[in-house]
Design a protein. Structure first.
Length: 86
């Protein structure tokens, strides 16, 4: 009986630790390639404030639309906040 089960369902080959690449220790041969335009530009300004976007994301109507937002408004009401949202 045991011989029959092994012939019906053959075992899949398993990977040993020697076949997997090492993730914890990067090898010295790995190099990173950067594009020339990215290295010439330097740091970009990533904070561009906009009241319209702020109100769309964090405003009262955005809070009321989702269940999590309604929970935020309930918590702020329970705490007694003067302003519930933007």
């Amino acid at each position: 009986m045991t011989n029959l089960t092994t012939t019906i369902r053959p075992q899949l080959p398993t990977l040993s630790n020697t076949q997997l690449p090492s993730v914890a220790t990067p090898s010295a041969q790995q190099t990173r390639f950067f594009s020339a335009s990215a290295s010439l530009a330097g740091k970009r300004a990533t904070y561009n404030p906009s009241r319209r976007v702020q109100k769309r994301r964090h405003g009262f109507l955005a809070r009321v639309r989702s269940r999590g937002g309604r929970m935020i408004i309930l918590r702020r009401r329970a705490k007694g906040r003067k302003s519930l949202s933007w």
